[in-house]
Design a protein around this ligand. Sequence first.
Ligand code: GLC
Length: 585
Amino acid sequence: MIKLSSTKNENFSSRNYGIQFGNLKTNYIQMKKIAIIIMSLMLTFSAFAQSKPDKMEWWKAAKFGLFIHWGVYSVPAGVYDGKDIDGIGEWIMNNAKIPTARYQAYAKQFNPVKYNPEAWVKMAKDAGMKYLIITSKHHDGFALFGTKASKWNVVEATPYGKDLLRPLAEACHKNGIKLGFYYSQAQDWNNPGGATYSGHWDKAQDGSMDEYIDKVAVPEVKEILSNYGQVDILWWDTPCDMTKERAEKFLPILAKYPNLITNNRLGGDYNGDTETPEQFVPATGFPGRNWETCMTMNDTWGFKSKDNNWKSTKEILQTLIDIVSKGGNYLLNVGPTSEGLVPQPSIERLAEVGKWMKINGEAIYGTTASPFSYLQWGRCTQKGDKLYLHIFDWPKDGKISIQLLNKISKAYLLSDPKKMLVIEKSKTNNTITLVGDAPDKIASVVVVELNGAPKVLPLPAAGKTATASSEKEGTSAKNLFDGNPKNSWQPKPDDQEKWAEVDLGETISIGAFSVVEPWYPWDNKGQKLEIQYKSGDKWLVALALKTNGTGHTASFPSVSARYFRLKIVEAKEPTLNEWILYRAD
Ligand code: GLC
């Protein structure tokens, strides 16, 4: 196509010179030819424009990235004045209200002589990660790069004296890992005028936020985007005091980088390209939006010497699969020490995840969300007409069943594609018989090939309207089934009943449910709920539980009923955003 247009282009220029005004007929023919040429050029360009890849394509296929929280906070590493400071490590200055001069003195001990960016990139790559995002500046305002906008940076304030981003950027570019910079645009606890969620605790922090944005944040963002070669992601954080006006100051910079992916944390009502659930997996994903769950491997982002509450490889890997099955990406964090070392438990877990990804990566990269809403034994991902069943709980009787209306043409283990598995089809189910022991202790993948797109039964309450004991103004029980995890239902404050109810229209056997709750992971409340069903004229309890505060999915012994209730038994701020009922297998 491009070749054709360039030939025409050459013809166009050479003939054009020959046009004589006196010869109308030649002119008409020439004009017609020109018009055809222009049209074909336009078509070429528009085809080119259409085939221009969407900037999110690589990101959607990537699924797995490394988050790196690194800075001066790795020096106190959770301990200040001999006291263990609660909370996440990178917040130590704020949590312990450390005066700026005391905090800045830690920079004198920030000397990451063991920093090996090549090894970090290799570690990420071997884990199966496709991108990394590093804190170029966190809320403490300390820049990991040489900036002209503030002296509070690694080159000027530490004995190390060298830019930390450059060699990492180079290693990413060399090894084909996409590069992202986290930048705390609003909170800055050391550069005067920067915002803090809890107010200033040191006079040195006072100043004008607008001036801080103009003189520090905007110039630094320009620097990180222009000094390190290609940057693929800019990850804003905590839009504290970010008015629309303040957020707008960053827009002209972004306009220069049309392929840059940004998240939803700039503030001023800018949504960016991605939703960023933090420390949890949204039960329903974010339909219609790209999203990325970021998560720690222990309980802190920035290094804390005494935090040994490591998640197991099983939890990490099953979380990755869970996220991917819901259409999202997983941004998994490491918090290196002030010497520049990634904690050994993180290295080990990443290596173990990498081993699994080597064998099973096909079932992760480039896949889309599961067509099934709930699978008791594991998760599912999809690529075209192929389904990947990730079996977490290998069945004792060797059988797994999926509610799929299609006939399966083939099923086999991803680790053993030659051995076909036996499939039995009933009207609404396919049952696959597995042979032998689970090939993987954490998740064994069965590939299911179909002739055409998967056909599944709709969710029992899809399109139904919930009613409620009461509705607080501005909220509605209708929001529970609208597929939008951001709208909520709240009962009125004086409501003693606090239930929402749905009529499924017919008796259906239900075996599991999900709720989506508003997410405040740092202020995780949890709600006591009951799933009730109507038997005769009585309401019976199918399941009572306390949610984890960020959404919850649970199964229960199946019950057959037409009417179901979700009762909030106890909650500080009773709120539910979505409610999903799943058919029993
Ligand atoms: C939070 C915290 C922060 C951490 C981040 C990661 O907003 O303020 O310390 O960097 O989330 O998502």
